[in-house]
Design a protein around this ligand. Structure first.
Ligand code: SF4
Length: 463
């Protein structure tokens, strides 16, 4: 995963292109729906605590739970493969596709397959890949990448989709949502019936009985995992939970936090391939468990991020995400979660600017159903990225550190800055900061400094 531009460059690009209004509207409305769903569920806070405990227990004993899951899945006729990285996962799946003479794959929306760029690997191997989640289908048709982890097509409105369908599917233009849905359904139905392999992600895998839980709102998960003769489930290695009872708790917070629903419309539980007495289901089930940097994250100071259940609530709550949209992050994981996951999985060296893209307002932590302290993790990553800061930032920080450790000089400097600020201000506001700081006032005004510095006020108060 590489990024050609810095975060700042991608934001400039996003603003130049015009960040779609749909992002702000959709995130705000879903944020409100989540609040309403939580208010209507008196046990919400206790369930969040329980969900966090379950995820923490799973991470504490990850080896044991993964081992238990592998044993049960194998007993039931499934095959489990551990992939150390994206290349190993893609190689296993493409080789399997070749061995099984797979010509077409239907896919259910899955963040981990986006992360490892599985579609590209399969297409290079000559396999047709069809995304079956409506949002992913639209994004694939447009040749774009998802902009939100729950709603991949959040950046488009129905008129964009109408034009896309008319151009790419050769249908008559319509911007009626029901008709657009119908067009997609008809197009996909035929693909489901003629697919040789179904690929899904895994919302949660249950250690005690090898169950794989997959939640969707469109029913495409059920079709993709039962109609084709081979089902491949790809999961990040942290997506394990100990028991079915634990799964029930997590599904309760996942649906409410993701979409404000009590429960997602389809909660599919897959346990092994089709048995002899069962009328349908795949002949083969392969579970690919992907590490791809997760073990290293587990041993790091930001291991808490592995508690994440990919609900997307932190994106909807984040003022930065609402203003810049998902593509500005340059990663498959945007928003607050992405600012921690992306540098952790793909390297701080390349992604050092993401942890800085936050005001640390804490809205993400408030929204997170498993109470991940994202601001703390961002501060931690920022500490690790000081060496990557630009020369002007490093010079500024060094100068500040000299000043802040010399009280008399610090007092003089703050008085001088306050005086200068007042002289520079108009009607109590600084409209354009000088020297290296004009970016601060490009889109906002700064209040003029107080007539008395904090230091002077404190000394006077003490006296
Ligand atoms: S960090 Fe929390 S709020 Fe954000 S996607 Fe993960 S679980 Fe959801």
């Amino acid at each position: 995963m590489t990024s050609q531009l810095t975060f700042r460059g991608r934001i400039q690009e996003a603003f130049t292109a015009g960040v779609p209004v749909a992002i702000e509207t959709a995130t705000r409305s879903r944020y409100q729906r989540r609040l309403a769903a939580a208010a209507a569920f008196p046990e919400m806070e206790a369930t969040r605590d329980r969900a966090r405990d379950i995820r923490s227990e799973a991470l504490r004993n990850l080896d044991a739970y993964l081992g238990q899951f592998v044993d049960v899945t194998t007993e039931r006729g499934g095959v489990v493969f551990f992939a150390a990285d994206a290349a190993e996962a893609n190689e296993y799946i493409t080789e399997l596709a070749n061995a099984e003479n797979v010509r077409r794959v239907v896919k259910v929306k899955s963040m981990v397959t986006e992360e490892i760029r599985l579609n590209t690997a399969l297409e290079h191997a000559g396999v047709e890949v069809v995304e079956t989640d409506l949002g992913e289908f639209i994004v694939q048709l447009a040749g774009e990448t998802p902009s939100h982890i729950i709603s991949p097509v959040l950046h488009k409105n129905r008129y964009d989709v109408a034009e896309l369908f008319a151009a790419e599917l050769g249908v008559e233009y319509t911007d009626d949502p029901a008709e657009l849905n119908d067009i997609a359904r008809k197009h996909l139905r035929e693909r489901f019936l003629n697919a040789d392999m179904g690929i899904s992600g895994v919302n949660f895998a249950v250690a005690e009985d090898g169950a794989i839980a997959l939640v969707t709102n469109e029913g495409n998960g059920r079709l993709s995992t039962t109609a084709p003769r081979v089902h491949v489930a790809v999961m990040g290695m942290e997506r394990i939970v100990p028991t079915r009872a634990d799964l029930a708790v997590l599904l309760e917070v996942l649906a409410r936090s993701a979409t404000g629903q009590k429960l997602s419309v389809y909660s599919n539980i897959v346990s092994g391939p089709r048995r002899a007495h069962e009328p349908d289901g795949p002949d083969q089930l392969h579970v690919v468990i992907v590490d791809n940097g997760r073990s290293a994250t587990l041993g790091s100071s930001v291991a808490e991020i592995l508690l994440c259940i990919r609900c997307g609530a932190c994106l909807d709550a984040c003022p930065v995400y609402r203003h810049v949209g998902g593509h500005a992050y340059g990663s498959v994981y945007p928003g607050p979660i992405g600012k921690v996951v992306t540098p952790s999985l793909f390297g701080l060296e390349e992604w050092h600017d993401l942890p800085a893209a936050s005001s640390l307002c804490g809205a993400c932590q408030d929204a997170c159903p498993v109470r991940i302290d994202i601001p703390r993790l961002l501060v931690d990553l920022r500490e690790q990225t000081v060496g990557h800061a630009s020369r002007s930032i490093r010079t500024g920080l060094a100068a500040y550190s000299r000043l802040a450790t010399r009280p008399r000089l610090f007092r003089l400097a703050t008085r001088a800055v306050a005086l200068f600020g007042r002289l520079w201000s108009q009607d109590g506001w600084l409209r354009r900061l000088p020297f290296l700081l004009p970016a601060w006032t490009r889109r906002r005004e700064v209040p003029a400094p107080a007539t008395q510095t904090f230091n002077d006020w404190w000394r006077k108060r003490g006296a």
